[in-house]
Ligand binder design. Structure first.
Ligand code: AMP
Length: 284
């Protein structure tokens, strides 16, 4: 497995793969890898000839008062997991390498889809995400890029960016990997105290309660949001940032009577740790 930190070395390696006629897949991550990330690497391994994992805590997607400095990092652990999963190359760039012009760099701007939901409490977050994802797709010369539905808004925003900028890379979305009690796996779960970890089960409970009502025929958005709210507020430390019922592609909020396919999205702080989750509600 190649371990590369330098842009020009990566470009040389990916050019060689392209010239050999091999398909290239990339799995962009911020490291501290867990089974959720590895499900993306495994899917990439199945679909592509050459598998690249990028491991970079991207500073431009963190706000000034967010957890960039204390975001968990463990390079040795990440490399061991990538080798085990059969990755061909891990790219570990530096901030200077990806942002050689610092604050004077060129940025991508995200429209409406980046300003709603997580974009409200994290202004500029999605601009940072798509700016780095575009660079990584180009450096990897990726035919395919793999993302988790766990970060559903991010997946939708990246799909829109690739379409809007005519980037010839297929975006593949994969299901959320969960702990046995339903909590979505996340690098940030390690920050939950023992009590908060127990409380965090309300997110999945809320998704399941809403799904049960939707499957029973309820299409009243207010009623479904009330069900979710009630479940979440069972956790004493819960602070709801948003709970939304949205169009799965445009992410526009759906009100009143719901259609047959709806994405439920939420961000909730539990014990001071911000958690996100989502679920598709669908008539099958
Ligand atoms: P992160 O390192 O948190 O930026 O995540 C890197 C990629 O892994 C993103 O596409 C995430 O959506 C995906 N991911 C993170 N957690 C999970 C999970 N529990 N299940 C599936 N994919 C995930």
């Amino acid at each position: 497995m190649y371990i590369i930190r330098d842009n020009s070395e990566l470009l040389a390696a990916t050019l060689a793969e392209k010239r050999a006629g091999r398909s290239i897949g990339v799995v962009p991550t911020m490291g501290y890898l867990h089974a959720g990330h590895m499900s993306l690497v495994e899917a990439c391994r199945k679909a592509c000839d050459f598998v690249i994992v990028t491991d970079f805590v991207n500073p431009t997607q963190f706000g000034p008062n967010e957890d960039f400095d204390v975001y968990p990092r463990d390079e040795a652990h990440d490399l061991a997991l990538c080798a085990k999963a059969g990755a061909d190359l891990v790219f570990l760039p530096s901030s200077e390498g990806l942002y050689p012009n610092g604050a004077k760099s060129t940025w991508l701007e995200v429209g409406y889809m980046g300003q709603i939901y997580c974009g409200v409490t994290r202004p500029g977050h999605f601009s940072g995400v798509v700016s780095v994802v575009a660079k990584l797709i180009h450096l990897c010369r990726a035919d395919f890029a793999f993302f988790g539905e766990k970060d559903y808004q991010q997946l939708a925003v990246v799909r829109r960016m690739v379409e809007d900028l005519c980037i010839p890379c297929e975006i593949v979305g994969l299901p959320t990997v969960r702990e046995s009690d339903g909590l979505a796996m996340s690098s940030r779960n390690t920050k939950l105290s023992a009590d908060a970890r127990l409380e965090a089960r309300v997110l999945y409970a809320a998704l399941m309660a809403v799904k049960a009502a939707f499957d029973d025929g309820c299409r009243d958005s207010k009623e479904l949001l009330w069900i979710a709210d009630t479940e979440i507020m069972r956790a004493p430390s819960a602070e709801i940032q948003y709970i939304a019922l949205a169009d799965p592609v445009s992410l526009e909020a759906l009100t009143d009577t719901l259609p047959d396919s709806v994405q439920m999205l939420m961000a909730v702080k539990i014990g001071g740790v911000r958690l996100i989750d989502n679920l598709r509600l669908e008539v099958i």
